[in-house]
Design a binder for this molecule. Structure first.
Ligand code: HEC
Ligand code: HEC
Ligand code: HEC
Ligand code: HEC
Ligand code: HEC
Length: 480
């Protein structure tokens, strides 16, 4: 006996004597290996923490988002890992026992025995509890990883520009996922896979700055925008007002009002017309993008409801089109490319300050100085916070003298505060995001950079019959 014990020290005394031992005693014993104990410990701790965390989140006691990561991702993973360790440790221990020739009959479940029944019941009850808790965790984790907070703020530095611009847009209450990710399991997996790649990029710093605009990865506009806005719904005109000043006249704005032909279905002819004609009815407008930003457009093809197609060539030259352009069907994003990540225009922002008197327009030279202050390069947002007001004061001191600055300090400081706010809403030096980094296509303010309607409406895209995509000023808007 003593010899046997040496051969297999793991086999309990009792088992050796009569070969009898209840199976749950055996399971119990097989747990008592270092691996088994680790599994039990890990599971118990992680499971308890998960349950506490879940309760905290569901009752609203815990609102911290980092706690959510731990509750929904870290602790449950720990619990599952621990649970897996237990059968693994049992497997190894029992394998050893079988090698030592114990009677296999001893390790079967016998429902005739009361203690066997009790243990099986316990196992079932624990499993149901486990399942319930894990389903809750998965449900909550799913929602958490779909939340705007998760998308917008977890990778704080990287997403800060988009998240900031988003929060002040008309879509601030529309979830990131409703534009960027489709619904359903397929999109979920797709998004989480690319999410993992992005997490890796954040960890090793290999992400691009600025982050490129992802048109090709966006869901098709029919699935996103059109869930809330549909072309049938557009009608009439939309009046927009543009206020601008010049450095020479900071007090009398030039106010331009235009009335945009939003379009829609004309009740008389039943045809679609106006600006939303491109995306309405059965019209299909396709174009050949000659670069990634789609700021240079080759051929344009229009397919009418009757099936008739018209093709426009740049400069009317049918042979001049470059090879390798990417064809794309025009949708909402081709005009509304910044529906929610709306960065402001530098001059418009300063002029709005003057108009709303947040920048005091009676201070000589303040428009020019404001533009200088905002376009100056600061190493970081923190540095901007320290320097913006100071910079404005010193520019003003140069221009109007130290006495003037001393007399008007309060109003200069509050104008400076407006500029700082403007800066913080639009510039992220670390991400290389600054004024004009992301430009919009919905108009023609940035036409010299190839943005906007005039990419096509240049009077130069022509069909073989000489018909052009027109640029006449009253096609898209007139005076209200
Ligand atoms: C109303 C729809 C919509 C919502 C909501 C939305 N996005 Fe976007 N997002 C877009 C579009 C459209 C683009 C492409 C812009 C372009 O092509 O110029 C984009 C681009 C981006 C980019 C690429 C960089 C850039 O600015 O072009 C990032 C990053 C991004 N979104 C993150 C987010 C995050 C994070 C949220 C939620 C906090 C969010 N988005 C919510 C429509 C949306
Ligand atoms: C979940 C619903 C929803 C989705 C999806 C959505 N929008 Fe909107 N959108 C709204 C609401 C609500 C408003 C009105 C906000 C307001 O009146 O201030 C709005 C307003 C707008 C406006 C007018 C903005 C303004 O300044 O008046 C435009 C343009 C617009 N959306 C375009 C889009 C585009 C393009 C997409 C797809 C990329 C999109 N929307 C996706 C709900 C949505
Ligand atoms: C050819 C360019 C173009 C396309 C394509 C386009 N829009 Fe517009 N849309 C405009 C312009 C221009 C305006 C008016 C200016 C503004 O509101 O900023 C406008 C206005 C809007 C408005 C505000 C309407 C109002 O009455 O205030 C919504 C909402 C909108 N578009 C949604 C969409 C959706 C959804 C799609 C895709 C189905 C789409 N647009 C496609 C150019 C376009
Ligand atoms: C990809 C090329 C392309 C872009 C970009 C584009 N358009 Fe067009 N647009 C066309 C074509 C092609 C026509 C049809 C010309 C024709 O048949 O007379 C057209 C026609 C129109 C019409 C007349 C529709 C009607 O029949 O009533 C309006 C209005 C219009 N566009 C406004 C805009 C506005 C506003 C923008 C920018 C926000 C814009 N377009 C951007 C290609 C484009
Ligand atoms: C293809 C359509 C289209 C044509 C053609 C067009 N515009 Fe516009 N225009 C727009 C749109 C869309 C906006 C609104 C931009 C916005 O909402 O920010 C606009 C805005 C403007 C503004 C106010 C914003 C600014 O840039 O100061 C002026 C001024 C203007 N247009 C002048 C003209 C003149 C002059 C012509 C004739 C050469 C013309 N437009 C032709 C679509 C057009």
């Amino acid at each position: 006996m003593a010899e046997q014990k040496q051969e297999s020290p793991g086999v309990p005394e009792k088992l050796k004597e009569n070969g009898e031992m209840t199976w749950q005693e055996q399971v119990g014993l097989s747990l008592k290996t270092p691996m088994g104990l680790l599994g039990i410990g890990l599971t118990t701790i992680c499971f308890t923490m998960t349950v506490l965390g879940l309760l905290g989140h569901m009752t609203g006691l815990i609102e911290n988002h980092y706690a959510a990561i731990v509750t929904f991702l870290v602790f449950p993973s720990g619990a599952v890992f621990g649970l897996l360790l237990i059968p693994v440790s049992c497997y190894f221990r029992r394998k050893k026992w079988f090698r030592d020739n114990i009677n296999k009959g001893n390790v079967t479940i016998d429902f005739g025995k009361k203690n066997h029944r009790r243990t099986v019941m316990l196992f079932l009850v624990l499993s149901v509890v486990n399942l319930a808790v894990f389903s809750l965790v998965i449900y909550e984790a799913y929602h958490f990883t779909e939340s705007d907070y998760f998308c917008g703020a977890i990778c704080h530095t990287v997403m800060d520009p988009e998240y900031t611009a988003y929060q002040r847009s008309p879509h601030a209450k529309v979830g990131c996922v409703s534009c960027h990710i489709g619904s359903g399991a397929e999109w979920y997996v797709k998004a989480k896979l690319s999410g993992l790649r992005q997490v890796k990029a954040v960890l090793d710093g290999s992400y691009s700055t600025p982050i490129p605009a992802p048109v090709e990865h966006l869901r098709p506009a029919q699935d996103t925008c059109e869930a809330c806005h549909w072309p049938e719904k557009f009608y009439g005109k939309k009046v927009k007002q543009f206020v601008s000043y010049t450095n020479d006249d900071q007090e009398n704005p030039e106010i331009q009002e235009i009335s945009l032909h939003i379009g829609g279905r004309n009740p008389l002819t039943d045809n679609f017309e106006g600006i939303h004609w491109h995306v309405s009815g059965n019209i299909k407008v396709e174009y050949e993008a000659l670069n990634d930003k789609r700021t240079s457009i080759g051929r344009v093809k229009v397919t009418k409801p009757s099936g008739v197609t018209e093709e426009y060539f740049p400069g009317g030259d049918e042979s001049a089109t470059g090879e390798g352009g990417k064809w794309r069907t025009m949708d909402c994003i081709d005009c509304h490319n910044r529906p929610t990540h709306v960065y402001e225009d530098l001059e418009q922002k300063v002029d709005f300050g003057l108009y709303s008197k947040k920048i005091n327009p009676t201070i000589p030279g303040i428009r020019e100085d404001s533009l200088t202050v905002l376009t100056k390069e600061y190493a970081s947002r923190d540095e901007a916070k320290e320097q913006i007001v100071e910079t404005l004061l010193s520019l003003q001191a140069e221009r109007n003298g130290q006495d003037f600055v001393a007399e008007n300090e309060a109003t200069l400081v509050s104008s400076g505060a407006y500029l700082l706010e403007a800066y913080l809403g639009n510039v992220w030096p670390k991400m290389n995001v600054t004024w004009g980094t992301y430009k919009g296509h919905n108009g023609h303010q940035n036409e010299e950079d190839g943005y906007g309607c005039f990419r096509c409406h240049d009077d130069e895209h022509q069909t073989s019959f000489g018909k052009t995509i027109p640029q006449n000023c009253d096609l898209c808007h007139d005076e209200p």
